[in-house]
Write a protein that binds this ligand. Structure first.
Ligand SMILES: [Zn+2]
Length: 110
């Protein structure tokens, strides 16, 4: 059974009516069938709570459980967006440094 948090996220995205069922399934990591059943009301908004059976961890478990980021040490939902944003910013600044024109001294009046 899917974790309750995933089911509730599917329900939330369905209620927003912004994404297709296919897009919701891809984003949340559940099958399109589950999303379609929920949209048609064939499936209830129930799921497995995290503590029910930790031995059957879903590959999407990291989406539902905060983990300690090995890089910044924050409790985050993996992958850590802060570290990704910092890496993107560093890359942008490095690119800007490369593109910067060399500084030329002002011309002196003759
Ligand atoms: Zn991090």
């Amino acid at each position: 059974m899917l974790p309750t948090t995933l089911i509730l996220e599917v329900r939330r995205l369905l209620d927003l009516r912004e994404l297709s069922q296919r897009a919701i399934a891809r984003r949340v990591g559940v099958s399109r069938g589950v999303v379609a059943e929920m949209a048609k009301g064939l499936r209830g908004d129930y799921g497995r709570d995290l503590d029910d059976d930790s031995s059957r961890a879903s590959p999407k478990r990291e989406l539902t459980t905060p983990v300690r980021c090995p890089d910044c040490g924050g409790m985050v939902y993996a992958p850590c967006r802060l570290c990704r944003a910092r890496a993107a910013r560093a890359a942008m600044l490095a690119a800007r440094m490369l593109l910067r024109k060399p500084v030329t001294p002002p011309r002196r009046a003759a």
